[in-house]
Design a protein. Structure first.
Length: 137
């Protein structure tokens, strides 16, 4: 568990490895959430490799970095955990997005100040919609 920064082929990624439930781990890469299956018991090196693999997957999917936090999948905003003007740090949970009957935590990929919210509770969103805008600060 924890937040890590990785550089893969010159691109930087913010990876938050969340809680493990059985053989699944929630991993967030630049704010995009993934459920990752673990095969066997993982060592520290294997956890790092897992995070790198998730970052590579995010790179292939074109996850934008910085500023705008976008919906990684279509769903419904259950709760918003921040408000405009609030300072956040990497890994802060910004909101909870329900998709496919699962609650997905959407994390801040960088330190900053919440400039604006692009959504309201119970609002439906599509993949790529702007959820939150964070500015340096």
């Amino acid at each position: 568990m924890g937040t890590h920064r990785f550089s893969i082929e010159g691109m930087e990624y913010e990876v938050h490895v969340g809680h493990r439930t059985g053989d699944r781990v929630r991993v967030s890469v630049n704010g995009k959430a993934y459920d990752v299956d673990i095969v066997g018991e993982e060592s520290t090196a294997e956890r790092s490799e897992l995070a790198r693999a998730a970052a590579a997957a995010a790179a292939r999917s074109g996850v934008p970095g910085g500023g705008q936090v976008r919906a990684p999948i279509s769903g419904v905003v259950l709760r918003i955990e921040v408000e405009p003007g609030q300072k956040v740090v990497r890994g802060t949970v910004l909101l909870i997005l329900e998709a496919m009957k699962m609650e997905n935590e959407i994390f801040a990929a960088e330190d900053g100040i919440v400039q604006s919210l692009g959504v309201k509770p119970l609002q439906e969103v599509r993949e790529g919609d702007v959820l939150v805008v964070i500015i340096p600060g």
